[in-house]
Design a protein around this ligand. Structure first.
Ligand code: CAA
Length: 390
């Protein structure tokens, strides 16, 4: 039985910052951000968006009523969840009006959470072929103003519907995963900003890919020529390129060219959104699927997932006949192009805004946020979510 991605969607907040303007304000050569790091724009989340609303908005765009009834498992990958106890999946389940006979959980391992969710979903569907699983990867990447990580922030969510006989991509069974205790990036519970050892994180990402790729080749008997494209978790768009470069030497010039071209296409959406942590690999996959018109059904796509701390996994999928008809190219294009630019002072002001942590009540103005699903405020220590469509 084929199991894989039946639908895939993405949601980003409606505000963005131009990286050239950020560089100028920080007295940095803009080429460092746009070429050295490879980011053009960065999504800026208003107070009315959090990991829950971003994910719910992403899923809202792809699910129809039949999906909502068939989904019996919601798996929410996030490292910027809103509650230490209740899972973000339960909020999304309610906001979308899903079938109540469902499981709803949150998964955490840095940017790897959604990938763990996809693998869990695959096992669940193997046992329950009629069911569908909603896997979400949703985060707000925050490092702090004027920090080295600032240029690699962002916000957004990927939503994937995993099912039997998928319309977009069938996942293959061979995959390689690897864990090692590394302090390359972490966020203590008392901090709403991540800490990173930037150099170590880059090195570990590359080392994990190299290790996992070598083992994958041994286990599968496949090599670079068997891949149309390899997509990566992209904390910034230069990162995957750094990991892919040494490995490319294994292939002849034509294959190198194909993989380099497709890598470039796969970074297009990430370049204008920034890091979205758990959703980042899937934003890159979406960029490839929606922007590379030469892709053909039957092609194998590789996916490298990396969650600092650290867990990595390389897994693969085969594009299905007619996959293009199940993509939402126009909707994503419209969402990206209708965003509103904020100035650096506006971005800084939004960044400094904080929800109360002392139990007081706050009501947020959701009229300026075009999203269907917003955070309306907090009262009695409970987040108040609003679905404007209900
Ligand atoms: N023109 C062109 N390029 C320039 C330039 C200029 N004027 N000035 C600098 N550059 C280049 C540098 O040569 C460098 O390129 P290489 O990496 O290819 O050598 C690049 O720009 C970045 O420069 P620095 O290394 O000096 O940048 P930095 O130290 O200030 O910060 C960073 C970079 C370490 C990635 C930092 O943004 C950071 O800490 N980010 C958060 C951590 C992170 O994203 N780590 C990635 C792996 S971990 C992961 O994947 C999980 C996750 O999501 C966080």
């Amino acid at each position: 039985m084929k199991i894989g991605i039946d639908k895939i969607g993405f949601y980003a907040p409606h505000l963005y910052l131009d990286m050239t303007k950020l560089a100028e304000t920080r007295n940095v050569d803009p080429d460092k951000f746009t070429i050295g790091i490879g980011q053009e724009k960065m999504a800026v989340p208003p107070m009315t968006q959090d990991a829950v609303t971003l994910a719910a908005n992403a899923a809202l765009k792809i699910l129809d009523e039949a999906d909502k009834q068939a989904i019996d498992f919601v798996i929410f990958g996030t490292e910027t969840g809103v509650d230490s106890s209740k899972s973000a999946a339960v909020y999304v389940h309610e906001l979308l009006g899903l079938n109540p006979y469902a499981r709803a959980i949150e998964v955490k391992q840095a940017c790897y959470g959604a990938t763990a969710g996809i693998q869990m979903a695959k096992g669940h569907i193997a046992m329950n072929p009629e069911s569908k699983v909603l896997v979400l990867g949703s985060d707000i990447a925050r490092y702090g103003l004027s920090t080295p990580g600032e240029a690699t922030q962002g916000a957004g969510a990927a939503a994937l519907l995993i099912s039997a006989d998928p319309h977009i991509m069938a996942l293959e069974d061979e995959s390689v995963y690897f864990t090692a205790d590394v302090m390359d990036f972490w966020r203590p519970v008392y901090s709403d900003e991540a800490f990173a050892d930037g150099k170590l994180s880059n090195e570990q990402y590359i080392a994990f890919f190299s290790e996992i790729w070598s083992r994958y080749k041994e286990k599968s008997g496949l090599d670079l020529k068997d891949f149309e494209a390899i997509t990566f978790h992209l904390p910034y768009t230069k990162m995957g390129k750094k990991a892919l470069k040494p490995v490319l030497e294994e292939a002849d010039a034509n294959i190198q060219e194909r993989l380099k071209t497709n890598y470039q296409v796969s970074t297009g959406y990430n370049r204008i959104i920034g890091n979205v942590y758990t959703g980042s690999l899937y934003l890159s996959l979406l960029s490839l699927l929606e922007q590379q018109n030469d892709l053909e059904a039957g092609s194998r796509i590789g996916m490298f997932s990396y969650g600092s701390g650290a867990v990595g996994e390389f897994f693969t999928g085969i594009l299905q006949d007619g996959f293009r008809e199940h993509l939402q190219v126009k909707q994503h294009h419209d969402m990206f192009t209708s965003r509103k630019e904020v100035t650096v002072p506006e971005y800084e002001a939004i960044f400094e805004e904080k929800l109360p942590t002392d139990g007081s009540t706050i009501k947020l103005d959701i009229n300026n946020d075009p999203a269907a699903i917003c955070l309306g405020g907090i009262s009695d220590d409970k987040r108040q979510y609003v679905n404007k469509l209900q």
